[in-house]
Design a protein around this ligand. Structure first.
Ligand code: PLP
Length: 389
């Protein structure tokens, strides 16, 4: 066989042109212009001083956005699912019990992951447009005595936000660790890791942080850290927080090599954090509240309904909207994409066929964008009535 001839011909890869839509789904959201610049900065070696300084900057920024003094704060290589899997695999041993308080698709995934690790997983579901009361959660803890409780703060599949204030204190009465998904809530809504006694948390860059997906910040409380230090089981090598803490210098200058972190994603995350620090968290929370309140006022003028009845349960970053009878959700979403260059999303998990999802978060959380989307929804409701109903 000749080694200078290929048997598979080279494909033709053409340039693709398209109109970039305004990203108003439940994620990804558009990225900050400064972040686009940041990810074209030079590639760095994973063992050079410059990169270790970038990691220091990121850890400091993450302590601010999570509102924690914990040392065990870093970012996992991978999208938010990596953070989810890192928390579960590091903190819960096979045969231990994980209680999943479930409202949507993300906690279902956490339950799926946990059962793959041989963790005894108990799922307790609530009606899709509601959140848990602390009394309900305490009753579940008394009944199941789990080693850990998993709950999402913001649930982008249903558009709900769970009250977490006081939950950590309740969990700790029962010796339960509290694991929280803040992927679609952080930056948009108040979150206080230390004050709320949350033991482990993960988030993503692609939602209200307005960066590219692919790097997932995580943080662990001293309680969680103690569990990691005393555990007998081994998590997967790539997710091992003990090894990653050495790479991220969580306890001083260990500066070890674990894997090659992606420099563009490190630069991007660092820039996202700089944007939040510049604006400050309280101002960012207030901006998200004002934008969404304006958007909701506009929606009330239309023949639409909110999926989530209670005001305090509504997620500020993602609104779930029930369309009038007869509208095809897929056609509705495609119409907005094709005619108005706006990307919203159909339902996911429990909301498939029930609601469409509109995200206004991060750089996109502005009154102007709220009006652009509300205007387009108004036109789409009219256009589709005329043509296809
Ligand atoms: C989007 C989302 C995820 C998953 O994020 P990926 O970046 O796709 O891994 C997890 N949890 C919540 C609440 C989300 O909204």
């Amino acid at each position: 066989m000749s080694l200078d001839k290929t048997t598979i011909p080279a494909p033709t890869i053409v340039d693709r042109e398209f109109v970039k839509p305004l990203l108003c789904g439940a994620g990804p959201s558009d990225v900050w212009p400064s972040v686009v610049k940041a990810y074209s900065k030079p590639v760095l070696s994973p063992i050079c001083d410059e990169q270790f300084k970038v990691l220091d900057d990121i850890r400091a920024g993450l302590q601010y956005v999570f509102q924690t003094n914990s040392n065990l704060v870093l970012a996992m290589s991978g999208s938010a699912h990596t953070g989810m899997e890192a928390l579960i695999s590091n903190l819960i041993a096979p045969n231990e019990i994980l209680l999943v308080a479930s409202r949507g698709i993300w906690d279902q995934r956490a339950a799926d992951m946990a059962s793959r690790y041989g963790i005894r997983t108990i799922v307790s579901k609530i009606t899709l447009n509601k959140t848990f009361s602390l009394e309900q959660l305490e009753a579940l803890l008394t009944k199941h005595k789990p080693h850990a409780l998993f709950i999402t703060h913001g649930d982008s599949s249903t558009g709900t936000i769970q009250n977490l204030e006081g939950l950590g204190q309740i969990c700790h009465k029962y010796g339960t660790l509290l694991l929280v998904d803040t992927v679609v809530s952080l930056i948009g809504a108040p979150f206080f890791m230390d004050k709320w006694e949350i033991d482990a948390v993960y988030t993503s860059t692609q939602k209200a942080m307005s960066g590219p997906a692919g790097i997932s910040p995580v943080a662990f409380s001293p309680r969680a850290e103690a569990k990691i230090n005393n555990r007998k089981h081994k998590p997967p090598f790539y997710f091992d927080i003990t090894l990653l803490a050495q790479q991220w210098n969580c306890y001083g200058d260990t500066r070890s090599y674990h894997h090659t972190l992606s420099p563009p994603l490190l630069w991007a995350l660092r820039e996202c954090l700089k944007e939040v620090i510049k604006e400050t968290l309280p101002v960012s929370w207030a901006r998200h509240t004002a934008t969404t309140a304006h958007f909701h006022r506009r929606l009330k003028e239309l023949p639409l309904q909110f999926l989530v009845p209670k005001l305090e349960d509504r997620l500020v970053t993602v609104t779930t909207i029930v369309l009038p009878k007869g509208y095809d959700h897929k056609k509705f979403v495609s119409h907005l994409r094709e005619k108005h260059h706006i990307m919203i999303l159909a339902g996911l998990g429990p909301t498939i066929g029930i609601a469409v999802r509109v995200g206004l978060m991060g750089v996109n959380s502005t009154i102007t964008n709220a009006d652009i989307v509300a205007d387009a929804l108004t036109k789409t409701l009219k256009a589709l009535t005329k043509s296809s109903l």
